[in-house]
Design a binder for this molecule. Structure first.
Ligand SMILES: *Cc1c(COP(=O)(O)O)cnc(C)c1O
Length: 290
């Protein structure tokens, strides 16, 4: 359904790169989570009438599942630890849009015993084996693009949360002996956390992506002046809007490791722009001159 996102060519701080525009896959259902949830979109589940997941009250995953549920006519129950009072009284971003799609949000934890055969349970961030289905379609699009453009070697870079996307991409290229190296960096947790996430999805470490680490430690969802700055510069130099949670960390790491990317670099734009509706006002309040 949402295949073949375009590849465009840009330059950032003297580093030439190709950009895989997964943010353009569809208006509603775009980016990383469209790839990871594609299996559910493409297949029929006659016995399912409810989808259940959990995570944060502003997550991209929550929003994408709300779109999926709406398309499928499923009920969507989503569990969060806590919803900030500010968000409750002033709904915006992924939270507002998910409610608009009919999501039922619950504060508290899921009772796993209450999950019945009519219910589909999706892990936080969509991290499960079914994600491989859509991520491998992405891998195939990259392979087609590489051969159409007669590129011998390609380095793919994408920032990681659960690491599911980077891992399944890398696994596919390596198992099929394609000359594409996948690089990533952890945005949630540290290198150890990311390696642990990989190991939950695949045993063979020879199939894992290469992890690069930023020299500075960033905490997920916190605001950093240098991340805001690089996000603005990216937009100025490429004319493309990036997400504020993952992409600034990814680009800090890329800029620090420029020498590794002298061969063709393909950066994956994984969407997440609705999340900017909540992140950008926070950044503006904190760092813009009054
Ligand atoms: C979810 C998400 C990621 C992280 O994907 P993982 O497969 O969990 O590593 C990166 N960027 C954006 C915009 C996302 O929404």
């Amino acid at each position: 359904m949402f295949e073949n996102s375009p590849v465009e060519q840009y330059n950032f701080q003297g580093l030439p790169f190709f950009l895989k525009r997964d943010d353009l896959l569809s208006k509603e259902f775009s980016g990383n989570k469209a790839r990871k949830l594609y299996y559910y979109l493409e297949n029929n589940f006659p016995n399912i009438d409810t989808v259940i997941s959990y995570g944060s009250a502003q997550s991209n995953s929550m929003y994408s599942i709300s779109v999926l549920a709406k398309l499928k006519g499923w009920k969507f129950d989503y569990y969060v630890d806590h919803i900030a009072d500010y968000l409750k009284s002033n709904p915006h971003g992924n939270y507002e849009k998910s409610l608009g799609n009919g999501m039922n949000i619950h504060e508290g934890s899921i009772d796993k015993n209450s999950i019945d055969s009519n219910m589909l349970f999706i892990e936080e961030g969509g991290a499960n084996d079914y994600a491989a289905y859509g991520v491998e379609l992405l891998a195939k699009e990259i392979i087609d693009w590489k051969s159409q453009n007669s590129l011998d070697e390609v380095n793919v870079f994408l920032p990681s949360g659960t690491g599911t996307t980077a891992l399944f991409l890398s696994r596919y290229f390596k198992l099929n002996k394609i000359d594409v190296e996948v690089y990533t960096t952890p945005c949630v947790g540290d290198v150890k956390y990311l390696q642990k996430q990989f190991s939950l999805l695949a045993d063979d470490i020879s199939l894992y992506p290469t992890i690069l680490e930023s020299s500075k430690k960033f905490h997920f969802g916190k605001l950093y002046k240098e991340n805001y700055k690089i996000w603005i510069e990216l937009q100025q130099q490429t004319g493309v809007e990036y997400d504020l949670l993952y992409d600034p960390i990814g680009w800090q790491v890329l800029v620090e490791n420029k020498e590794l990317f002298s061969t063709q670099l393909l950066y994956i734009h994984q969407g997440g722009l609705i999340g900017n509706e909540s992140m950008l006002p926070r950044y503006k309040r904190k760092f813009d001159e009054k």
